[in-house]
Design a protein around this ligand. Structure first.
Ligand SMILES: [Zn+2]
Length: 75
């Protein structure tokens, strides 16, 4: 009975290790789907660019320092 329990624990540990190894590879794919790869529109000219490259101000997100200075385009 004790050996069976030990075997069950060994299998569980193996499954946990495999899932952890597979999970460690996934964040790269997740980052491409969202997060740093997310596109945002410039509030001035409307061009789409990755969020990581956008200039954020209290008035919105912009593609460049120039457009951040100019502010949102008037309708
Ligand atoms: Zn712009």
């Amino acid at each position: 009975m004790g050996r069976l329990l030990l075997l069950a624990l060994a299998v569980l540990a193996l499954v946990w290790l495999v899932r952890r190894a597979l999970g460690a590879r996934r964040p790269g794919a997740d980052a491409a789907g969202g997060g740093a790869g997310e596109l945002v529109a410039c509030a001035h000219c409307g061009v789409n660019l990755p969020r990581a490259e956008a200039r954020g101000t209290e008035r919105g997100l912009y593609c460049s320092e120039e457009h951040a200075r100019l502010g949102p385009r008037r309708p």
